[in-house]
Design a protein around this ligand. Sequence first.
Ligand code: SF4
Ligand code: SF4
Length: 178
Amino acid sequence: MANVKGSKPMTRFEELTPSFWREVAKEPGGELSARCFACGTCTAACPVHAVDARYNPRQLVHMILLGMRERVLSSDFIWLCSGCYTCADRCPQGVRVTDIMTAVKNIAAREGYLHPTFRQQAELVGRFGRLYEVEDFDNKKRQRLGLPPVRKTFPEVQEIFRMTGMGKYTEAAEANQP
Ligand code: SF4
Ligand code: SF4
């Protein structure tokens, strides 16, 4: 069947993964999604939704329950959750939407869907041990202001990066680039 002009491609029944919610439930904090009765309180309270109505936590939880695995994991929207826990505080069913978003992001990262923004940040941390590169220019400027120089790299952070295997998530995301 043709899609309505401008609408998202329809998800076909055979593309669904009915056990997806169980997979999410195995992740820390992801176990409560099945309690959701789709009241929308989380969405109404969400500060990110207030800024961009396309971000809809109720819809994402529902998509998880429906088994729309591929659509959820590849969605840019899962990366927009700010982790503020407002939804979790308001949910009448005690669903920890914030933790569910974290669980979904963890699965997405393992499967090569780490968002490019986070991938770049992770790569910087792996390379320098910090989120941005310090140039000689920065330290000269600090010197002029009478401030001590800033280290260019933090080997101890790089070591944590290496020990946690973070590099494999950025490599998986790079390999998954279209
Ligand atoms: S507030 Fe809770 S029950 Fe209501 S839609 Fe959100 S997650 Fe589901
Ligand atoms: S934790 Fe995420 S989904 Fe929940 S209200 Fe905050 S931004 Fe929205």
